[in-house]
Each structure stands twice: as C-alpha cells, then as structure tokens.
Design a protein around this ligand. Structure first.
Ligand SMILES: *[C@@H]1O[C@H](CO)[C@@H](O)[C@H](O)[C@H]1NC(C)=O
Ligand SMILES: *[C@@H]1O[C@H](CO)[C@@H](O)[C@H](O)[C@H]1NC(C)=O
Ligand SMILES: *[C@@H]1O[C@H](CO)[C@@H](O)[C@H](O)[C@H]1NC(C)=O
Ligand SMILES: *[C@@H]1O[C@H](CO)[C@@H](O)[C@H](O)[C@H]1NC(C)=O
Ligand SMILES: *[C@@H]1O[C@H](CO)[C@@H](O)[C@H](O)[C@H]1NC(C)=O
Ligand SMILES: *[C@@H]1O[C@H](CO)[C@@H](O)[C@H](O)[C@H]1NC(C)=O
Length: 191
C-alpha cells in the first residue's frame, strides 16, 4: 500500500513538472510577442482563454506531423492547412464561427520548441504581418509536441472569441487552477 502511495505521489510530481515546463514555452512566446509589439509601439495582446483552448485543439491536430520547410510558418501562401474538425474544435472551446471569423490561427513547427527559433518563427516569418497589425488585441498560445500555435483575436464582434453563452473555457485540458486542485486533493488522499 505504501509503495502504491509513493508511486501516486511520484506520478503527481512528475506530471506537475511536465505541466510547468509546457506552460513556460507558451508564456515565453506570449511575452516575446508582446516585447516585439512594444518595440513597434503597438499595444500588448491580452491572454484569451478560449483562443488558448482553440490553439490547443489545432496543435493537437498537428501533433506527430514532422517539421518541414513547407509546414508551419514556412507554409506557402495558398496552401494553408485545412481544419476538417474545426466545428468540433469550436464547440469544445465554447466558441462559434460568428465570433471567430476575423481571428488568426498561426501554427509553427520547431523541433523541441527551441525558444529562440519559436519566437523568430512568428516575428520573422509571414506571420509578422499579423503581429504588426493593430487589428488584434487578444492572444492564446498552446503547444503539443514540436507544434506551437498562436491564435489572435480582435476586439470586434467578428473576432472577439467572446464568451457568448459559455462559461466553461477549460476545453479538453485541465487548466493550472484545476491542476492545483487536483494536486491538493491527491496530497490529502496521501496523508
Ligand atoms: C515608438 O515611439 C517612440 C516614442 O514616441 C519613438 O521614438 C519611436 O521611434 C517609435 N518606434 C516606432 C517603431 O514607431
Ligand atoms: C524544401 O526542401 C527541399 C529538399 O530539402 C527542397 O528541394 C525545396 O526546394 C525546399 N523548398 C523551399 C520552399 O525552401
Ligand atoms: C522556424 O523554425 C524552423 C525549425 O523548424 C527553422 O528551421 C526556421 O529557420 C525557423 N524560421 C524562422 C523564420 O525563424
Ligand atoms: C512587420 O514589421 C517589421 C518591423 O517593422 C518588418 O520588418 C516586417 O517586414 C513587417 N512584416 C510585414 C509582413 O510587413
Ligand atoms: C485589418 O483589418 C482590415 C479591416 O477589416 C483588413 O482590411 C486588413 O486586412 C486587416 N489586417 C490584417 C493584418 O489582418
Ligand atoms: C454564436 O454565439 C453568439 C453569442 O452567443 C450568437 O449571438 C450567435 O448567433 C452564434 N452564432 C452561431 C452561428 O451560432
């Protein structure tokens, strides 16, 4: 019984380390993008939970696809990836097509999500057109494997990714608060 508890504890610890690591890359990119915008005298983008959820769904679709010179930020214009499950992504994130139309979805593939390559894949690629724009005001970042996805939102009704009728933005993932609760509960179970 004791060893089972130890195993559970180690597994919780391990998972919490993984989650923290993963969030780091996303927060780094978000900060990097806002520093880039500050250097252009543009307003900082504000984190949007539903855009982050959608970014997660898109990253999940790409997960496992290798990085090539025609994927992600190097995609040749006119051959942008299609999202056959987009309606499901939207409903998972409690969004709909009306409020997401003017948003921008930008997937990038970088082996091991090397931080300096990740930021340059956005600021020094065709994506810079969107990062340079005053149209956007919100951002969601998520990653899976070697893929990291940025979703930009506007402050117009057509791209606000607004809450609409939905309160739960969690999508298919446990958010950090949910994870903390999970860890605490696990901790008390162990005592
Ligand atoms: C940003 O604003 C500062 C102060 O107003 C100005 O000196 C600088 O040239 C501006 N930079 C850009 C990229 O517009
Ligand atoms: C991508 O790489 C392949 C082979 O590595 C090369 O033939 C092709 O020209 C490259 N395409 C671009 C757009 O750089
Ligand atoms: C984007 O990342 C790839 C690695 O997958 C790298 O080869 C490429 O140089 C990066 N592009 C830019 C513009 O930084
Ligand atoms: C975005 O702004 C940067 C800095 O002014 C510039 O180098 C880059 O070419 C711009 N990107 C596009 C697509 O216009
Ligand atoms: C910004 O919005 C205007 C008006 O809707 C549009 O014409 C333009 O293409 C947008 N720019 C970007 C970079 O999305
Ligand atoms: C999307 O949600 C908004 C807000 O809840 C609603 O006004 C709109 O009619 C919905 N659009 C569709 C296509 O369901």
């Amino acid at each position: 019984m004791a060893s089972l508890k130890n195993l559970l504890f180690l597994s919780l610890l391990f998972h919490s380390l993984l989650i923290i690591k993963c969030d780091d890359e996303e927060d780094n990119l978000l900060q990097g993008i806002n520093q880039y915008r500050a250097s252009l005298n543009l307003t900082a983008l504000i984190k949007n939970d539903r855009a982050e959820c959608l970014a997660g769904e898109v990253a999940d679709q790409f997960k496992g696809q290798p990085c090539t010179n025609t994927t992600g930020s190097a995609t040749i214009p006119g051959t942008e990836p299609q999202y056959p499950n987009f309606p499901q992504f939207l409903s998972k994130c409690h969004l709909n097509v009306t409020t997401t139309r003017d948003g921008q979805i930008m997937p990038a593939c970088v082996p091991n999500l090397d931080p300096s390559l990740v930021i340059s894949n956005f600021t020094k690629s065709q994506y810079s057109e969107y990062l340079n724009s005053t149209n956007f005001s919100g951002i969601g970042v998520n990653s899976e494997g070697n893929w990291i996805v940025v979703v930009l939102t506007t402050n117009t009704p057509e791209g606000s990714y607004s809450v609409g009728t939905n309160k739960d933005n969690g999508g298919s993932r446990l958010n950090p608060i949910g994870y903390l609760v999970f860890l605490l509960v696990g901790f008390f179970v162990l005592l």
